[in-house]
Design a protein around this ligand. Sequence first.
Ligand code: FEO
Ligand code: CA
Ligand code: CA
Ligand code: CA
Length: 592
Amino acid sequence: GAGSDGPYEGMRFDIVKPNTEDALITSKGYDQKVVIRWGDPVIPGAPEFDFDNQTPEAQAAQFGFNNDFAGLIPIADQPGHSYLVVNQEYTTEQFMFRGYVEKKPTEQQARIAMAAHGITVLEVEESDRDGSLTPVIGSRNRRITAGTPFRLTGPAARTDLVKTSEDPTGTVILGTIANCSGGITPWGTMLSGEENYNNYFSNAGKVTDKTAAKHLERYGFEDDADYHQWGQFEPRFDLAKTPNEANRFGYVVEVDPADPKSTPLKHSALGRLKHEAATVHVVKDGPAAGTVVVYTGDDERFEYIYKFVSSRKIKEGDKRHNMGILAEGTLYVASFSSDKPITVDGAAGSGTWHKLMTVAPDGTATSHIKGMTAAEVAVFTREAADKVGATKMDRPEDIEPHPVTGKVYAVLTNNSKRGVDGKPGVDATNPRNENKNGQILEITDDHAGESLTWDLLLVCGDPKEADTYYGGFDKSKVSPISCPDNVAFDSHGNLWISTDGNALESNDGLFAVALDGDRRGETKQFLTVPRGAETCGPIIQDKRVIVCVQHPGEEDDHSADNPASHWPDGGSSQPRPSVVSVWRSGGGAIGV
Ligand code: FEO
Ligand code: CA
Ligand code: CA
Ligand code: CA
């Protein structure tokens, strides 16, 4: 181990160098094991995975495709057992079916894809011997798919904006799709962000009503974006037939894993956007103590950062009360400024949260936007945010409050269009045009209030380049990081970052970053994932690191007929998105 002047606890591991291996490479002296792969049984009675004979019924009982967020929620009264909750974000049909013709699914293929989306709740058991986790295939498990009923809460519920012929009440929505990252609440539920849901709807071009067409355009609905073509088989995904169905996706959803029969929720009080994630901070002191603050970003170029401040306070042990918290509160959007010249090196400034709408504890909803009702703010949140001068960011991905310091880390993954073709140019928080590598914004927030200060912790990219910044740490001693996406914290207070889309010609991976003291900005790579994959869903426990390996082998000019990866099963096998557990060989804490 390193001496007291070496890396901080949690970061005392050998770095993994950039590479392009078709393997998950961990730091030296660590072991790994797949927890679950696409197609593995989840529900009792589910068949074993059979790539060439997949069915919608089998898929609905098996682990879905393209795992993104992962969380672990301990099971009460059963030490060593947890609910592993995982998002299954999207499908790439060309990697799921041999001979697939782009945008031309058979009905069977489309229905397999629908069943491969959503969320999995899986009971896992910790090993006594090592850091592996073993699935328990029993009655606690659940698959939520593109067809599972949800209940809509908040100002959008029961309004004409969300009513359809199948749901004249405007409260029951079938399915969750495009679930990217998420969060775990203090009351033991999972939050999940519906992100690129515009890629599932056909015939946007046939919507002739000018107002409806304008709303669809603001959210990126266009016929070219419909990769999945579900509208051929389910009219609700055909905007020419069911235009309001578009307004029923784009929410933060909440799932109670402890009640597999419960109806999951979609919370419109947190707004409708391309939610990457939703993470919770509970105010500890002062008159606002017990107020729940949820941070969420809209992952598209030039979109915004939001927060929700609850009207209710948390009641410990009262899950029924707490599961109503996200239905009532105030939604804000952020703007950032600085007195300094734009720089990557030591950038800092202040900011303001702008009120968009409020739901009072009695359920009354008020809009703070002239010309928009509260329901309109809840459904067309981007348009409300456009009106208050929010700052257009470089693709907000995960945003997460530090469990000890309360500082909020907002990941801005990249923005190739910044300063290009008449698009907005640089600003203090987004300091590079044609931003290929992304940056991490560190926010000191008045959580329940309206002001903040900020600085840039990392301006990512090749540390040899002048336009990068690693928290002031010696750049000759860091692992290069590019395209940060998800963040988590270890118990020592270090930030861990997973990447997606590494622009430095190496595979994606997982990094630890020191936040304080002399070593602030020290960045060390702990693992890399196989070719074509992104790293996501990191969970950093004292004795275990869990990562989701999403879309292994997803490279141009490859398909199930010509796989670019054979991970995790090797040989000539098809690649399978999987969750992996990593631990220290022979036991011991991670990075200590
Ligand atoms: Fe699904 Fe924003 O990544
Ligand atoms: Ca992401
Ligand atoms: Ca996270
Ligand atoms: Ca991403």
